[in-house]
Design a protein around this ligand. Structure first.
Ligand SMILES: [Fe+2]
Length: 366
């Protein structure tokens, strides 16, 4: 006889995703910022070999990160899954084999800076090609959302359905790295050998000498971008729903986090590669470059780029762009931000002997 739960709490399943992470036997990291994903302690990962950890950042369970390390000369066991996953390599070098059932394997070689999108439910297997160094990567995924939605790991990890419309060996040059620059700030591709060297397009709406490239990869529903704040500059604050993850991939700086109206008690997170910030819903976030050269970030965005959900692309932001920004709209223009934010930034630059390259506040747009 099935034992009936005696209380609501005994009956209620708070999070199938968190139950899954417990079952994996590896750490779960929470909060809205982590200082260094490349140095975070991972746990032994029996299911695939190597080491792993998971995140639950920004108080949401839609997107999460999966951190993975493979020892020298080792490999992970193959897997497939019904969630999207995009891999960024934080250190080391290796290769990933990708295949659909009954088709030949394709092998993609990668190293630090590489970004590879795994097609949905395709088999894949990762190898470390170094004989002496471990390699560590992060996967940006919607695993948390998918596991909470279906609550059945057999469905998620052992599903026969083949999305040949998304990827097939027949699709020529799929992982060659030859992408399409569709229009301003939009690039479609499946593999980028080093995103730190990717050419970005200007993005003056978000700050002086800020540039960006939005990425649509492997027909996944995860949208990404690479953004750069050049030396001596910072990006204007903005806010949105929780789930976006910003990973610092190059340079030195800091991130500010504050809820609307709470600039005075803002949180300052010092950042360098590979810090991550995942703001909570409506939490303003703002990127500051305090070092030499560019400050670059990889962002897993709140929504896909090509595959939307039936509404116009980001209508709130579009309406906001046509108007002078209200102080607590979706963005805070330089001219409307708390003056102490810029004053503090100038002090930070002076400490590092770097001149600022910002226009005076009155003359600046976005
Ligand atoms: Fe954001």
């Amino acid at each position: 006889m099935v034992k009936q739960p005696q209380t609501f709490d005994a009956w209620y399943v708070k999070s199938s995703y968190q139950d899954f992470v417990k079952q994996e036997g590896v750490p779960l990291y929470e909060g809205s910022a982590l200082e260094d994903l490349a140095a975070l302690p991972l746990g032994d990962w029996e299911r695939r070999g190597g080491k792993a950890a998971y995140t639950r950042l920004g108080e949401q369970e839609i997107y999460n990160l999966q951190l993975v390390e493979i020892p020298p000369k080792a490999e992970l066991k193959p897997e497939r899954h019904m969630y999207d996953a995009v891999m960024y390599v934080m250190n080391g070098r290796g290769a990933t084999a990708v295949w659909q059932p009954g088709e030949p394997k394709q092998t993609i070689e990668w190293e630090e800076g590489s970004l590879l999108a795994i097609p949905l439910n395709a088999w894949h297997q990762e190898f470390n090609s170094s004989g002496s160094e471990p390699c560590r990567m992060l996967f940006g995924t919607n695993m948390a959302q998918v596991i909470n939605l279906y609550r059945n790991l057999d469905f998620v990890f052992n599903n026969e359905f083949c999305f040949r419309d998304r990827y097939s060996f027949e699709m020529q040059d799929y992982f060659s790295g030859k992408g399409k620059h569709w229009n301003l700030r939009l690039y479609e591709t499946n593999f980028i050998p080093d995103i730190r060297r990717l050419t970005l397009d200007p993005y003056p709406e978000r700050g002086n000498r800020t540039s960006i490239m939005r990425l649509a990869m492997s027909n996944t529903s995860i949208g990404m971008h690479v953004m750069s704040a050049s030396e001596g500059t910072y990006v204007t604050a903005h806010r949105h729903d929780a789930r976006a993850h910003v990973i610092v991939i190059e340079g030195q700086g800091y991130e500010l986090l504050f809820m609307p109206g709470e600039e005075k008690s803002r949180r300052k997170v010092r950042t360098s590669p590979y810090a991550v910030v995942a703001p909570r819903t409506n939490e303003f976030h703002q990127h500051f470059n305090t070092g030499k050269g560019d400050y670059k970030m990889l962002a897993f965005r709140g929504s896909g780029l090509r595959y939307g959900s039936g509404r116009n692309y980001n209508p709130a932001l579009t309406a906001q762009d046509k108007d002078p920004y209200s102080k607590y709209g979706f963005k805070i223009a330089y001219a409307r931000e708390d003056p102490s934010i810029r004053e503090d930034y100038y002090r930070e630059l002076a400490k590092n002997n770097i001149p600022h390259r910002l226009e005076p506040v009155e003359q600046s747009g976005g």
